[in-house]
Design a protein around this ligand. Structure first.
Ligand code: SF4
Length: 222
C-alpha cells in the first residue's frame, strides 16, 4: 500500500533501489545506504547483505506477479540509476501499470522517464542534517517543477519548517505541495500533524500522513 502522498491508500508494489547521495539523519530506510552508521539509528549496515544485483526482467516479472495497478520505485535515491531504470519503467507501462518514482529531487530526471511516471519529489529541509549544497540542486528542482503531475512532498516537524518550504515553493515555481509529518511511530506522527495541519491548510497546501506506519508500525517489508 502506498502510505504517503497523492496516492495514499492505493494498492501497490514497491521496488526499492539501493544507494543514496544524501545522508538524512532521520532516514527511515538507512539499510539502503548507511554503511558507516551516520543516521540517527547508529546502525552500520552491510552492503553485501542489503544489496543484490537483479536483472530488470526479473524485477519486472516479480512486480507484475503482485497483480496490483500501481508500482512505486523508491530508495535510497532511485534516480542515481535512472538510465538502467528506464527499460523496467517502459515495460511496466506497456503492461498497463501506473508508476510513481520517489526521489529526493537532487538528480534531474531523464525526459524519457518523465513521460511515463509521476515523480514524488521530496526535497530535504535543514533538519535532515544534509548540507544545503547537496540537498538543494536548483537545476534538478526546476526540471521536476516543469514535469506535469509532479508532486512535491516535504517532510516537516514544526510550523517553522513551513517557512523553509515556502521559500522553495516560491523560488522553483512549485505548484503541488504535500506536507508530511516526520515520525517513525504513531505518537510522533500525530504530534507533528497537530502542529502542521492548520498552518499548512492556511497556505493552501495538501497534507499527508504515513498510513503504513498507522497500519503496520515501523516494520521493514519483505
Ligand atoms: S534522501 Fe531519502 S533515502 Fe536518502 S538519506 Fe534522505 S531520507 Fe534516506
Amino acid at each position: 500500500m502506498q502510505g504517503e502522498g497523492p496516492s495514499l491508500g492505493r494498492r501497490c508494489a514497491f521496488a526499492r533501489l539501493g544507494g543514496c547521495n544524501l545522508a538524512c539523519r532521520w532516514c527511515d530506510t538507512p539499510y539502503t545506504w548507511d554503511w558507516t552508521g551516520r543516521s540517527d539509528t547508529g546502525i552500520v549496515y552491510d552492503p553485501k547483505k542489503e544489496l543484490r544485483v537483479i536483472p530488470y526482467t526479473e524485477v519486472r516479472d516479480r512486480l507484475v506477479a503482485y497483480d496490483v495497478p500501481l508500482i512505486v520505485v523508491s530508495g535510497g535515491e532511485p534516480l542515481n540509476q535512472q538510465t538502467r531504470l528506464y527499460p523496467l519503467v517502459r515495460d511496466l507501462r506497456d503492461s498497463g501499470h501506473d508508476i510513481e518514482i520517489e526521489t529526493n529531487g537532487t538528480v534531474a530526471p531523464d525526459p524519457r522517464l518523465a513521460e511515463l511516471v509521476r515523480f514524488n519529489v521530496s526535497p530535504k529541509l535543514a533538519h535532515s542534517g544534509d548540507p544545503e549544497s547537496r540537498r538543494i540542486v536548483g537545476r534538478a528542482l526546476t526540471a521536476f517543477a516543469a514535469v506535469p503531475g509532479t508532486a512535491f512532498k516535504f517532510v516537516c516537524r514544526t510550523a517553522a519548517d513551513l517557512d523553509e518550504v515556502g521559500l522553495l515553493v516560491e523560488q522553483y515555481g512549485i505548484d503541488s505541495v504535500w506536507v508530511m509529518p516526520e515520525g517513525r511511530n504513531q505518537v510522533a506522527i500525530d504530534g507533528s500533524l497537530a502542529r502542521l495541519r492548520d498552518p499548512a491548510i492556511a497556505r493552501g497546501w495538501n497534507l499527508t500522513t504515513r498510513l503504513h506506519i498507522t497500519m503496520w508500525g515501523d516494520r521493514r517489508g519483505v
